[in-house]
Design a protein. Structure first.
Length: 144
């Protein structure tokens, strides 16, 4: 089954998905939404789960968990925890948190090295960060 990953921000959310064997991750898209208007993110998740080419293939949502480098929580960490609880109340599949420290920086570096300009990097950064979060999750799961 596939895994769907999210890199949630206050105005954007990057999405990535795995293959059916949950061994490879692919960046999907970055959703822009009105600040704090997470219902748009929930609608996009529901689209992937129930209407897209991936319907009935996703068994887990991997949510990037933004801890500080010292592992303490920030306001964004609490935002993600609250979003997870909201999702759990309406989405009937497993939702897991995955440490996302350095994922956005890694995504920016990859896009810079690929020669993309600032606007192009900004458009692709969140989806690539979600892909990196998902890759980290898949590696962790394969080592169990």
């Amino acid at each position: 089954m596939r895994k769907l990953a999210l890199d949630l921000g206050t105005k954007t959310c990057g999405f990535a998905i795995s293959d059916l064997n949950a061994s490879i991750s692919f960046a999907l898209e970055t959703l822009k939404f009105e600040e704090w208007h997470f219902i748009d993110v929930i609608k996009k998740i529901e689209f992937f789960l129930y209407e897209s080419q991936y319907k009935n293939e996703i068994d887990c949502i991997v949510l990037g968990y933004p801890l500080r480098m010292d592992l303490s929580k920030s306001p964004r960490t609490f935002m993600v925890e609250k979003f997870k609880k909201r999702l759990e109340a309406i989405i009937p599949i497993e939702i897991v948190l995955q440490d996302e420290r350095q994922s956005t920086i890694a995504a920016e570096n990859i896009l810079f090295e690929a020669g993309l300009n600032g606007k192009q990097r900004k458009q692709k950064k969140d989806a690539l960060a979600a892909q990196i979060i998902l890759e980290d999750f898949l590696k962790k799961e394969s080592n169990k």
